[in-house]
Design a binder for this molecule. Sequence first.
Ligand code: FA5
Length: 348
Amino acid sequence: MALKERLQELRDRGLADISRSENLTRINEIRVQLLGKKGPITEALRGLRELSAEERPQVGSFANQIRDELATAIEERRNELEAASRAAQLNAEAIDVTLPGTPVAQGQPHVIQRIIDQLEDMFIGMGYQVVDGPEVEDDHHNFEMMNLPKDHPARDMQDTFYLTPELLMRTHTSPNQARAMENHDFNKGPLKMVSPGRVYRRDTDDATHSHQFHQVEGLVVDKHVTMGDLKGTLELVAANLFGDEFDVRLRPSYFPFTEPSVEADITCFNCMGKGCAVCKYTGWIEVLGAGMVHPNVLQMAGVDPSIYGGFAFGLGPDRFAMLKYGVTDIRNFYLNDTRFLTQFYQRG
Ligand code: FA5
């Protein structure tokens, strides 16, 4: 067969194969077979040598034309197949946006954290600053600067987890009083701070005691601070957390770092003061310790007690949460049982 006819036949067969090809692998095979170095077109072009000088350019250009025609057809078919494959993939991966979603459980702050947040907001609104302090505290700040020297009998009131003879897990947030006074520049104005955090005691756990619980410390130091300021502030705390119908009663008490010292009771949430089993028939529930800052505590923190005075309080948000929500066992707050914890999410 003459070279020209052979080329023509190659083209017809090639075009038929290309249009029949059904996937990208096949079209690649065809391309290699037809247009590759060992393919029939290259082979045919080699045969040009045997032609006469007149025929050679004519058949040569025809061969090139066929090669281009086949290359274009391959390219077009490849584009078609690629588009079809993309369309099939998109179709297979289609998402039905009308299907109902899988609900994701939403996290919420712990109920005790919410009490702390509420207190912080209230105090920030009254111009207090919120300060933090270390949970691993030194004996010096936790006890000595709180007017509790070594061997002071009142240290027994707070049974302590010691890490070394000088380092301990803080037993209350009161060391932050000392730290705040040490850091405060009284030339710039009074010190008003609250300090929330975790505290630790070797208490035996029961319904109202946990070995790890929370406190919110409060401290105001200025030139004319009175016991009336303390009572008014504690009444605001009670009103903010529990509403106006609750009263605050201050009872004389003893803390080495305050003089005079008081403990504050709030009207029993259960009987509203009438007397019931929850409040042991007193009508009141004890929620915090407080008092006027002891002159020794001021002095040790570098504050002159002949010029400045202050009040301080340490309240237990765990107990506040128990009161607010009628929780009868403090240990529930620490068991991480979501059935217990989620019941507070909808409440105010
Ligand atoms: C103190 O810790 C003093 N630092 C409070 C204070 C600060 C007094 C500033 C004066 C001036 P007390 O040990 O009473 O005091 O604890 C204060 C509050 O923490 C208690 O009223 C109670 O609400 C809470 N609390 C005490 N022990 C526990 C416990 N084991 N579990 C849960 N709450 C507790």
